[in-house]
Design a protein around this ligand. Sequence first.
Ligand code: MG
Length: 309
Amino acid sequence: MTETQSGRVSILEVGPRDGLQNEPTPIDTATKLAFIEALAASGLGRIEATAFVHPHAVPQLADAAAVARGLPVDDSIEYSALVPNRTGLRRAIDAGVRRVAVFTAASETFARRNINMSIAESLAEFERVVADATGQGLTVRGYLSTCFVCPYEGEIAPDRVRAVASRLMDLGVDEIAISDTIGAAVPTDIVACLGEVLQDVPVERVALHLHDTYGTALANVCAALPLGITRFDASAGGLGGCPYAPGAAGNLATEDLVYLLERMGIATGVSLEGVFRASTIVANALGRRLPGKQYNRLRAAGGDAEPPA
Ligand code: MG
């Protein structure tokens, strides 16, 4: 029996990293930590806190070490950080990070434009990153970007995703995030892609990372559940734009995912109102409303809900 059939899904909150990375308004470290603490208080057990990327490439996350060092000490929460290479890994380990994520793409052009490496080069680098990380007792997740549609190459064939996912697994990652980077996938894409990937990757190791650019993220979750997928990424309030679709909605909103799953009888362990309180902290700091449906429903119901003291 899969976890989904027995009614449990695990959400990875990516708001502090994927949600914030493209935000031009600088958020100070203390506010990020308040945001993360509120996310943890909502019941989210897995939180991607930051990324150890080059500060010039992503100024918003230049305080990665300070964020990692400031995380609440709580063994029941799994905090992680993105690392693009061995330099990032060293910085992450120095800051006390115990779980890292590496990222490559299913699209060759996207890999070259986004990380300045071919897919093969990125896998060669990650082989060393994963070996170094696991050798020091860390665990590693692998992101696979542009699994459905690439802003440069268009449609990505499912067997191509399967091939790169399979190679990532061979490197020793314990989870692969099949990612709809531009948020263009529809349920038939999910079924086609996962149908290939699940032939090589055990279902409990597959996570789905969805964006809601075209409003299809929740429909895609519903397509993935019957396949036994139990791991979903989401971002508080739907924080996180898509750099290839300016003005578009961001990541799948955590509150919307929690609402859907709980209404379907699938336990998440997460308080929707708790996530909303976390979203409010970051929305106030950004000075704007976030796109999530439940976020906006609760905001309208409660007026300008203040973050908890
Ligand atoms: Mg993303």
